[in-house]
Design a protein around this ligand. Structure first.
Ligand SMILES: [Zn+2]
Length: 448
């Protein structure tokens, strides 16, 4: 087997791998490069692989950095199946049409793809269930629940002639977490291609409920605004779940308004409600008597008009708006309106990639430029790290240690420092396992 790293190698975004057997090849993920301009530029370059040998595409989950370039396959003439779970399909449909729409609205010179390309590619989707083995080309494939977002998967690919296997972690969840089933471990594989987003961090105990209660109580006292840039998928639902809980427990004023100002998060929440089968055990019990994503004071801003009216609400308010890394979306309007105010609390609840406005602010920059205007940030900038949807160092190590027969590990989906730190840790804890730190377009021979 040969494995080519076409993205998320020394970077986080652009997840894309190509595994070849004797006659056929499989692609795992075809994600968008995001963040730094030099990386974004890679989106327009056709991957250097033999498309003729490509028998199928396997998608780990619906985040843009994993599925965002799938519609380009229509342009590249690929007509084979694209395997994913049902929930991933529902979410990917939302994500891809949104990406096509953003490109069109931005009138970008290099629009990657259109609605028509998305439509073509969605027809090629073949649904898979967790834990059910199936054959494609030279391989047998199994999807496992990665516990990262709704429908997310780790994927084991086994070469039938040799019995050798490669496990792709996909993004691993910060397991156990309140909404989803725990991450399912891979029990046997010769090689693991594993994410290293937080390879240098230990998340600490989950205290987001307490942290958010404190933040909101402070805003309730000083009549301030809590602005939360949020990813539409998973994070927004987690936030709604927490506010529902806090209001039920009397730890947050039932009258404090929460604006969900993201059309995509609104639709993702609807999709979330369609898949109770994938919920954690606790959430499955809760939905029997209560809607965990709805509560009094929740304002759904499904139109631009409703979004604009938010600034007419004086006094305490919570605004949850996209995009999660402040790289666009409605949160930008709120940033302009509220970051200058000292009684605003800007709360980062997710990963902020290098090159994004969110990262710039988190790194301490207090003079930012939005649409050509300079804004001085007087708001308090806070970060809740435990809400990460990604495994930390300990969780990744545990995931690796559960794999029997592991000979080699490739660290992907991480910036340079986290993956170096994780690599060091693997050397210590699993001294017999070889660690590879691939770069984009590197191909390795799997001598397993
Ligand atoms: Zn992800």
């Amino acid at each position: 087997m040969k494995l080519k790293f076409l993205g998320a190698a020394k970077t986080v975004t652009g997840s894309n791998f190509f595994l070849t057997g004797v006659n056929t090849g499989l692609m795992v993920d075809f994600g968008m490069f995001q963040g730094k301009p030099e990386e974004v530029g890679l989106n327009t370059i056709k991957p250097d692989i033999d498309f003729g040998a490509l028998s199928a595409v396997l998608l780990t989950h619906a985040h843009l950095d994993h599925c965002g370039r799938l519609p380009l396959l229509a342009q590249y003439g690929f007509k084979g199946p694209i395997f994913m779970t049902e929930a991933t399909k529902a979410l990917a449909e939302l994500v891809l049409y949104d990406a096509a729409k953003i490109a069109k609205e931005a009138e970008a010179k290099s629009v990657l793809y259109t609605d028509e390309d998305v439509e073509v590619i969605l027809k090629q989707v073949s649904l898979v269930e967790y834990d059910k083995r199936f054959d494609v080309g030279d391989f047998t494939v199994t999807f496992l629940d990665a516990g990262h977002i709704l429908g997310s998967a780790s994927i084991i690919v086994e070469e039938r002639t040799t019995g050798k296997s490669v496990a792709f972690s996909g993004d691993l969840g910060n397991t156990p977490e309140p909404l989803l089933s725990p991450t399912e471990f891979v029990t046997k594989a010769n090689m693991a291609v594993v994410e290293s987003t937080y390879g240098d961090e230990v998340h600490g105990p989950r205290e987001e409920m307490e942290d958010l209660a404190k933040i909101i109580n402070k805003a309730e006292t000083n009549k301030g605004t809590v602005l939360i840039p949020s990813f539409s998928i998973e994070r927004a639902q987690e936030l709604l779940f927490i506010f529902d809980q806090l209001k039920k427990d009397g730890r947050m004023d039932v009258k404090t308004p929460v604006f969900l100002d993201s059309p995509m998060a609104i639709r993702a929440t609807m999709i979330f409600k369609d898949f109770p089968i994938l919920y954690s055990k606790k959430l499955k019990d809760q939905v029997k008597t209560d809607d965990p994503f709805d509560f009094s004071g929740l304002m759904i801003c499904d139109t631009m008009e409703k979004s604009k009216q938010i600034k007419n609400y004086d006094g305490v308010k919570v605004i949850v708006a996209g995009s999660g890394m402040m790289s666009g979306g409605r949160v930008i309007h709120h940033a302009v309106n509220y970051l200058g105010e000292s009684n605003t609390q800007l709360v980062m609840v997710g990963y902020q990639a290098e090159g994004t406005l969110g990262r710039e602010i988190l790194d301490g920059n207090r003079r930012i430029n939005i649409w050509g205007n300079w804004i001085t940030i007087n708001a308090e900038v806070l970060e809740i790290k435990t809400m990460s949807a990604h495994a930390d160092q300990g969780q990744v190590l545990l995931w690796l240690k559960k794999i029997d027969g592991l000979e080699e590990v490739a660290l992907i989906h991480g910036e340079e420092l986290p993956r170096l730190v994780l690599s060091e840790k693997i050397h210590q804890d699993l001294p017999d396992v070889k660690v590879v730190l691939p770069v984009v377009n590197q191909e390795i021979d799997l001598k397993l």
